[in-house]
Design a protein around this ligand. Structure first.
Ligand code: GDP
Ligand code: K
Ligand code: MG
Length: 271
């Protein structure tokens, strides 16, 4: 394939535009406020013109509630970049990982970039990147865009991924939720591309209106999914969206406990 497309995805103020500029040589405006990038912008890598980087709007989630989330998720699920470069503000790892748990479900290989490591180092917190990588099932590249540290490792990892057929694994939730998702997969798999079936199953579990409208399912299949969701909500005694949110935070809590050592002092924050 001639052109290799890399989507830069992350929370607002995680440093997406700063990294985009560093990798492409562009001069998009950078600022410590949200919403600078409301549309996606693309640029070619300075060091390799066959790699196209898309700077997507900053988002906290792939829910359908804001224009930014809709732009980002439509691009990721429908245009299917070759790689997702998920940039994380390492000083705010719990909050940033919420989006990561969702990106891992799209079926596109994810490379996680931990930005703001200069601030983390000053705070005295320690992040074990090997453990974090193992827990997430994705490579972790620690960087600081402002100190120009770690940037070249990103290109190396993209090149390594470009030459391999990577099948991205997703995180595994508790048994009752996984059982419901497996049942939804059986119904929906005939309507959607195979690599994206996990993403669609999760969105159907959440009864996401946009996804329900988009997949033209038979009445019978719609009713079956509705039943699966109903039963789960009764068993787990919560609404399906909350079940999913809680599961994500429980996993994040475990992952962070295993891979981040906080210093005793109050950690510095750039936000
Ligand atoms: P975006 O909203 O994700 O596009 O983030 P920006 O690139 O606009 O950056 C948000 C703020 O974080 C700006 O003030 C940047 O200068 C700052 N920033 C970006 N990368 C780093 C970094 O590695 N370390 C520190 N300390 N600040 C950074
Ligand atoms: K910003
Ligand atoms: Mg930006």
């Amino acid at each position: 394939k001639e052109i290799f497309s890399v989507a830069l995805v992350g929370n607002p103020n995680s440093g997406k535009t700063s990294l985009f500029n560093a990798l492409t040589g562009n001069k998009q405006s950078v600022g410590n406020w949200p919403g600078v990038t409301v549309e996606r912008k693309s640029g070619r890598l300075k060091t390799d013109k066959t790699i196209v980087l898309q700077d997507l709007p900053g988002i906290y989630s792939l829910s359908p509630y804001s224009p930014e989330e809709i732009i980002a998720r439509d691009y990721l699920v429908e245009s299917c970049p070759d790689i997702i470069l998920n940039i994380i503000d390492a000083t705010n790892i719990e909050r940033n990982l919420y989006l990561t748990t969702q990106l891992l479900e799209i079926g596109v290989p994810v490379i996680v970039v931990l930005n703001m490591m200069d601030v983390v180092k000053k705070s005295g917190d320690r992040i074990n990147c090997d453990k974090l990588s193992y827990q997430l099932g994705a490579p972790i590249i620690p960087i600081s865009v402002v100190k120009n540290e770690g940037i070249s490792a990103i290109k190396e990892k993209i090149d390594a991924y470009r030459n391999k057929d990577i099948k991205q694994q997703h995180l595994v939730f508790e048994n009752r939720l996984e059982a419901a998702l497996a049942d939804i997969v059986k119904v929906v798999e005939k309507y959607v591309p195979t690599p994206r079936v996990r993403w669609y199953a999760v969105k159907l579990f959440e009864q996401d209106e946009k996804v329900l409208d988009m997949i033209k399912m038979t009445q019978e299949d719609q009713a079956e999914i509705h039943d699966i969701v109903d039963v789960s909500e009764q068993i787990m005694d919560d609404d399906s969206v909350s079940i999913m949110v809680n599961e994500r935070y429980e996993l994040i809590d475990k992952i962070v406990n295993l891979s981040v050592v906080k210093s005793n002092s109050v950690s510095a924050s750039v936000s």
